[in-house]
Structure formats: C-alpha cells, structure tokens
Design a protein around this ligand. Structure first.
Ligand SMILES: Nc1ncnc2c1ncn2[C@@H]1O[C@H](COP(=O)(O)OP(=O)(O)OP(=O)(O)O)[C@@H](O)[C@H]1O
Length: 264
C-alpha cells in the first residue's frame, strides 16, 4: 500500500474543455506540497478530484492505496480534511457546533466532541466567538472557525484551497506557522496558494522546505523545492512576469516585476 494521496495521470474534462490534463502527483504523510498557478489553471479542480467530489475522465486517485471513489464518507472523513476556497452560506449555527460537526466520524460522546472542538477553536484564536452564530462572524473569523474544523477532524491528509483568504497579516502568519507544525507532526499537506511568500512561515531557514508544483492550463509545469535556485525563473515563466528573489532573515522572498523592467 502507498500511504498518502496519489493522482495518477488524472484528466478531467467539462463542457468540451480539458481542466486537468494527465496530472500525476503524490503527497505522502510528512509532505508539504504547494500548488501554484494562474487563475483558471485547474488548482481547485485538482483538489476536488483529489477529494472524490469530481470523477476523473481518465486516470485514478488513490488514498492510502484505495480508489477515493470506493471510500465510504466516514472513511474519507477519517483520511482527508478540506478547506474550500469559498465558505458556503451557512445556517446560523454556532462556531462550536460547526467544529463539533467536523468530528462526526469519531464514535465519541457529545462531551468529548465539544472538548476537542473547543481545543481546536482555542488553537486558532477563535475561543472568544465559539458560541456566536457563524453567520454573524467576519470573513476572517469564519475562516479561522473553518480551520479549527480541519484541526478537529484529525486527518492524516489536509487539503487547503487558499487558506489565507480573508485573514489579516498576523493571522496569515499564524496560519502558515500552524500548517508547518501540522506538517512536521507527520501530516501530508496539499495547499493551493497564490502567496508563495507566505510559505516561508511553514519552516525555519535551513530546514526542509515545502515542494512547489506549478500548474498551467491543467498540466504540471514544474515541481521544485521552495529553496530551489531556479524557482524564481520557473514562477516568472508560469505567471508571465519577472520574479525577483531577495533574502529576508535567511528566507528568500519573491517580488513580481513587469517583464520589460519598466513601470507596471
Ligand atoms: N464545472 C465546470 N464546468 C466547466 N468549466 C469549469 C467547471 N469548473 C471549473 N471550470 C473551469 O475550469 C478552469 C479551472 O478552474 P479552477 O477553479 O480549477 O481554477 P483555479 O486554478 O483554482 O483558479 P483560481 O486561481 O482563479 O481560483 C476555469 O477556467 C474554470 O472556469
């Protein structure tokens, strides 16, 4: 059995268009894989197919060696947690209730679910609004409640679609630091992001860096370590800009500049 998430030559078509074209990818326990790419490249589609929400037209998705489509909902919930890009309009349940529901797969008492949910809410700094209806929370507060749900689900694989959406800079930093801790605790993390620089918060300089996969028009354009010398060049190609790398406190950060070198 191959542990983790495997996409094997996955192709997805919709309305006569190819959204993913022969994508192969493996996220093992203890891997942090960031997916980057222009708008419409197929990043969210890749996550949806990995979760079994979308069936590939060809190719396969395996979770711990089993076809994701063959997993019962509880089995899937035991292995994969997902933070979607857009949080759906919700019922006015409390934040605590939402996080408790993320534990439905556990055969445990209500009290045990609430204890775990309260702990997860505290970890993301959301304890103070645990009893407020989620429909009354700000975008960033709701995002933190959703992240608490991910933590409470306690899965070996965590799939994130632009997790820093709506978060202010302090909470973005906290979020990526937290994801780095989850990664080092042995989880496999697949994270779609537009902010390559936010990834530096996942690890200390000189320690193992996340892998970065560039997606372009449904195909894998490159796969590199975040500290690869030519990553700026690859990112520049991907986004059609110049990516200037500069060092800050031992981390390399990237600044996008126009190709011509003139003013934007
Ligand atoms: N159900 C669908 N039917 C037809 N086209 C779709 C469908 N879902 C997505 N698409 C198209 O597939 C392409 C990839 O969409 P996807 O949401 O995966 O992109 P993305 O890389 O996540 O983009 P963004 O950075 O803007 O979030 C887009 O052009 C989108 O319009």
């Amino acid at each position: 059995m191959t542990a983790g998430l495997t996409l094997d030559a996955v192709t997805v078509r919709a309305r006569g268009r190819t959204l993913l074209d022969g994508v192969s990818l493996h996220v093992a326990p203890g891997d942090f894989v960031a997916i980057v790419g222009p708008n419409g490249a197929g990043k969210s589609t890749l996550l949806r197919v990995a979760l079994g929400l979308l069936r590939p037209d060809s190719g396969h998705v395996f979770v711990d060696g089993k076809d994701v489509a063959a997993l019962a909902p509880r089995q899937r919930a035991a292995r994969l947690a997902w933070l979607p890009q857009r949080l759906e309009a919700a019922e006015p349940i409390t934040a605590l209730e939402q996080v408790v529901s993320a534990r439905y797969r556990f055969p445990e008492s209500r009290r045990a679910s609430e204890t775990a949910a309260n702990q997860a809410l505290a970890e993301v700094g959301a304890a103070s609004f645990a009893l407020r209806p989620i429909t009354e929370l700000s975008g960033g507060e709701r995002q933190r409640v959703a992240i608490a749900g991910l933590l409470a689900q306690e899965t070996p694989l965590v799939l994130l679609d632009e997790p820093a959406n709506f978060l202010d800079p302090a909470h973005q930093l906290e979020l990526y630091t937290h994801m780095g801790q989850l990664w080092r605790s042995g989880r496999g993390i697949l994270c779609v992001t537009h902010d390559i620089n936010a990834l530096l918060h996942t690890h200390a300089p000189g320690t193992r860096a996340p892998r970065v996969v560039g997606l372009f028009q449904g195909r894998v354009a490159f796969e590199r370590s975040l500290d690869a010398p030519d990553l700026g060049e690859q990112l520049g190609e991907l986004f059609g800009v110049r990516m200037h790398g500069t060092s800050v406190e031992g981390h390399r950060i990237f600044v996008g500049l126009p190709r011509s070198g003139g003013a934007p």
